[in-house]
Design a protein around this ligand. Structure first.
Ligand SMILES: Cc1cc2nc3c(=O)[nH]c(=O)nc-3n(C[C@H](O)[C@H](O)[C@H](O)COP(=O)(O)OP(=O)(O)OC[C@H]3O[C@@H](n4cnc5c(N)ncnc54)[C@H](O)[C@@H]3O)c2cc1C
Length: 389
């Protein structure tokens, strides 16, 4: 068993780390000031500029196939990069990317949606969640009914990331109510100017999601993504990727936070000595480090499983569950180490505290990950201790 990264992976990681320190971490104080005024930490135009700058360093289309000008990196390298971007709370991701399920586009859709999304000319969002169907995504009610050469979509989607800015939505709607979501739901590419509306949802984090309303939205049949009845399967494929990328990002945040905790523990003095000389503080640092490293190997194992072409759902659920809870625990410990300063808005700890909470909720709550993990074991699909064999 080889736990080391290749020279190429180390080089990619170091270049990304340098770029993120220089171009993103340096912008954090300004991003915090903006967010306090209710503005985005980075404007979309600034994100695009930074993505172009990152392109000069070779970062473009991390997961995008080479035929579209991407790096087509293996999942392990993608996870490594997500960890690096997770080291800043600034919501940045490298450019040249499209939703993984957009590759199910046909030739016409490829030119109209996939390539413009990769090029950053169009913004997409992915919409499965509804007010009455979150964890229970198979309970979606948004309907698409055939009308001549078109489909008419009615329903409401909620909590859609990027829904307020997107040019088009990838919408999962029920086309065959008899079959239900499994086999009866279909994905559609729905332009904003086809008539859907969006409303920003305030959250405890920054850059909130949106609710989308579809009121007799007419979509041409050529905008169906994939096959009729394939919508739920595509939806789960979209979500599946987040289950190792989200904890990979959480890992980066935890690394940076723990480093902040260590620096504070070795400089802050109380009762005439550094707080890091107290066992209470040492134990918090030790526990955070152990949790962080345990999460790293769950994330890397999930990504490696993807690279092996194996079913990575079980491994990814373990990575998502543990990685998200780990980051919440680490941010809490690091806030505690900082005392009152940790609670202020002068430091970014409270910013991360608010964001990290989301990681336990979206793209499958903790409870849903536990449900998947236990169900696999109870049904004998995965054997205890068997996932490495
Ligand atoms: C900021 C943000 C961004 C998001 N982005 C997107 C997006 O881009 N696209 C998209 O489609 N969706 C998105 N979501 C939706 C997200 O995936 C859902 O919020 C999530 O799946 C949980 O669904 P819910 O909120 O309806 O909670 P519910 O399903 O109502 O669950 C409520 C609580 O009950 C628990 N629970 C539910 N069922 C069970 C059970 N059987 N056993 C035990 N516990 C259970 C849950 O774990 C949770 O604790 C986003 C959400 C947020 C907050």
């Amino acid at each position: 068993m080889d736990f080391s990264f290749s020279d190429e992976q180390k080089a990619i990681r170091q270049t990304a780390r340098d770029f993120i320190a220089k171009e993103l971490i340096s912008r954090e104080p300004e991003a915090l000031r903006r967010e306090r005024k209710g503005l985005p930490g980075l404007e979309i135009s600034e994100v695009r500029e930074l993505q172009q700058l990152a392109k000069k360093f070779g970062f473009w289309g991390v997961s995008t196939p080479e035929q579209y000008g991407g790096m087509d990196l293996p999942a392990v390298s993608q996870a490594l990069l997500a960890t690096e971007t997770g080291r800043t709370f600034i919501p940045f991701r490298f450019g040249g990317e499209a939703d993984n399920i957009l590759y199910f586009a046909n030739d016409e859709q490829r030119d109209e949606y996939l390539i413009p999304t990769i090029e950053g000319e169009k913004l997409s969002c992915f919409a499965i969640t509804e007010p009455g169907a979150g964890s229970d995504a198979a309970n979606i009610k948004t309907s698409a009914k055939r009308d001549g050469d078109d489909w008419i979509i009615n329903g409401e989607k909620t909590f859609i990331t990027g829904g307020n800015d997107a040019d088009f939505a990838i919408v999962i709607a029920v086309t065959d109510p008899e079959k239900g979501a499994h086999g009866g739901a279909t994905a559609f590419l729905v332009d904003r100017d086809m008539g859907w509306t969006s409303h920003f949802i305030q959250t405890m984090g920054e850059g909130g999601p949106a609710s989308l309303v579809f009121d007799d939205v007419r979509v041409p049949a050529r905008n169906m993504l994939g096959e009729p009845g394939q919508g739920f399967e595509l939806g789960m494929k979209w979500i599946g990727k987040g289950r190792y990328i989200i904890p990979a990002r959480a890992l980066g945040a935890a690394e940076r936070l723990l480093q902040m905790g260590i620096e504070y523990a070795t400089t802050r003095e109380t009762f005439g000595k550094k707080i890091g000389s107290n066992q209470a503080i040492q134990w918090m640092i030790a526990d955070a480090e152990v949790e962080l490293e345990a999460a790293r190997w769950l994330v890397m194992h999930a990504a490696w499983t993807v690279d092996q072409g194996r079913d990575a759902r079980h491994a990814s659920s373990m990575a998502k569950l543990y990685g998200a809870t780990m980051a919440n625990d680490v941010v809490d410990k690091v806030m505690q180490i900082h005392g009152g300063m940790g609670y202020t808005r002068e430091l970014p700890i409270e910013r991360w505290y608010r964001e990290a909470r989301l990681w336990r909720i979206f793209e499958g709550t903790d409870e849903m990950q536990r449900l998947i993990i236990s169900r696999d074991l109870l049904r004998g699909y995965t054997k205890v201790g068997g996932h490495l064999s």
